[in-house]
Ligand binder design. Structure first.
Ligand code: NIG
Ligand code: FE
Length: 421
């Protein structure tokens, strides 16, 4: 077998291949990190990983050889929780936020999510596409090669479909892979104010149509005080499961309602936020193999407590980390800043953070067989960082350390700029 591309002279290669837990302090540090390594690509997939000298037998006259100059190389980063497609922005809420008006009070008064719903309903498919496309370019420059994207700013069939069709078009047109989640249960729309039962009935009608049109793999819900109760969330998630959706939950973000416990009960793939998760919730995540997808930039932006990550890791929960990019609680598309917050505020180690944004990110979107680690047969999505050691990425915070990005073996970012166009 001859290679299309060989990246050699890699100083540190985080393959993110999961190793036996017994040799590590915890199950979040057990990823393979190689020194003096090379990576071989054929047909957009990883053909081989090795250390030392690259075997001559892999090279042909057609092989592209790239010198990694002793730098750090990792799998493409996975942002497994975003609200990518929406219209407008909400900086008008900043003065209220600074005065201490709570997030849920802004929502109660018709602002917050509902103001983005008004803007998104008015926007055309093209306007939504254009705005999100630019965001994806920025995410790609931060090393992100796969993004999960939720609907939830339409809150009626027509506009939910519009958002999900934009996801589909973005997946076709942009190098970043998009995984779609239906989140019609993101808020109670204004026309159903005081009538959550009526909107629940609408949601039950939307689910089979979204499924039939293959517009989303996952179904998510904002299980929160004043939004969807535990009982309502249970009903919607169980119905979604029956119809063949995989499940996610915005759980215990602001109030500790028992969303973590519910995630385990309904067999969700991931449970998101978890800033206010209880000990029972953590136990339920662990026992049911639910990924805890935490969103520390949301805590940072709202000035709220962080999810108890060290506790979750100690209890053996698999943690993923994402941006939560959205126009309200976290207008931030910078995964590297998120990773740096994980280091300085959550005391996560570089190995734990890279496992969270690669292998566990892939698990949170059920793509662990194709992406999330650099192993034979998986997609050749990888990132070259402009440093020779992992610590430096977290030490010099607030800047972008990503130099080059490759998506399925093709270079898409060169010297910090997109180069695929
Ligand atoms: O994950 N919590 C619900 N949804 C988003 C915020 C959406 C918004 O404010 O527009 C979140 O934080
Ligand atoms: Fe979210």
């Amino acid at each position: 077998m001859k290679a299309d591309l060989i990246l050699y002279n890699i100083g540190t290669l985080v393959t993110s291949r999961e190793l036996d837990k017994k040799d590590f302090d915890n199950g979040m540090e057990n990823i393979e990190i190689l020194k003096d390594a090379y990576l071989v690509v054929e047909d957009g997939k990883i053909l081989q990983i090795g250390t030392g000298k690259v075997p001559e037998s892999l090279k042909s006259e057609w092989t592209k050889l790239i010198d990694a100059e002793g730098k750090v190389v990792t799998p493409g980063i996975i942002d497994s929780h975003t609200h990518l497609v929406h219209y407008g922005s909400r900086e008008n809420e900043l003065p209220m936020k600074l005065k201490g008006v709570p997030y849920l009070e802004i929502l109660r008064n018709g602002g917050g999510i509902l103001s983005t719903v008004r803007a998104t309903r008015k926007a055309t498919r093209y306007e939504l596409f254009d705005k999100a496309y630019e965001v994806l370019d920025r995410m790609l420059c931060f090393g992100v090669t796969t993004v999960e994207a939720k609907s939830g700013y339409g809150l009626d069939l027509e506009n939910e479909i519009k958002q999900l069709e934009v996801n589909k078009k973005l997946d076709e047109k942009h190098p970043v892979d998009i995984i779609s989640t239906f989140m019609g249960a993101h808020a109670i729309p204004e026309e159903y104010k005081g009538n959550s039962q009526g909107y629940m009935e609408e949601l039950f009608k939307m689910l089979p149509i979204i499924k039939e049109r293959k517009l989303a793999e996952f179904c998510d819900i904002f299980c929160e005080d004043e939004v969807f109760s535990i009982e309502e969330s249970r009903k919607i998630l169980n119905e979604a499961k029956k119809q063949g959706f995989m499940l996610k939950i915005h759980a215990d973000e602001i109030v500790s309602l028992g969303g973590g416990e519910l995630a385990g009960e309904v067999g969700a793939v991931s449970s998101e936020h978890l800033m206010a998760v209880s000990d029972e919730g953590i136990k339920s995540l662990k026992e049911n193999g639910v990924i805890a997808d935490i969103l520390p930039a949301t805590s940072f932006n709202l000035g709220k407590a962080y999810a108890p990550v060290r506790k979750m890791i100690n209890e053996g929960v698999n943690v993923a980390v994402s941006t939560d990019y959205n126009p309200g609680s976290c207008p931030c598309e910078n995964m590297q800043l998120v990773m740096q917050i994980c280091s300085s505020q959550l005391r996560m180690t570089p190995a734990e953070i890279f496992k969270a944004v690669t292998l566990n990110g892939a698990r949170a979107v059920k793509r662990e067989d194709n992406i999330g680690s650099l192993e034979k047969g998986k997609k050749a999505d990888f990132v070259i960082f402009d440093t020779d050691n992992l610590n430096y990425i977290f030490y010099n915070f607030g800047i972008n350390h990503v130099k080059d990005v490759f998506k399925e073996g093709k270079q898409v970012v060169k010297n910090k700029h997109v180069c695929y166009k």
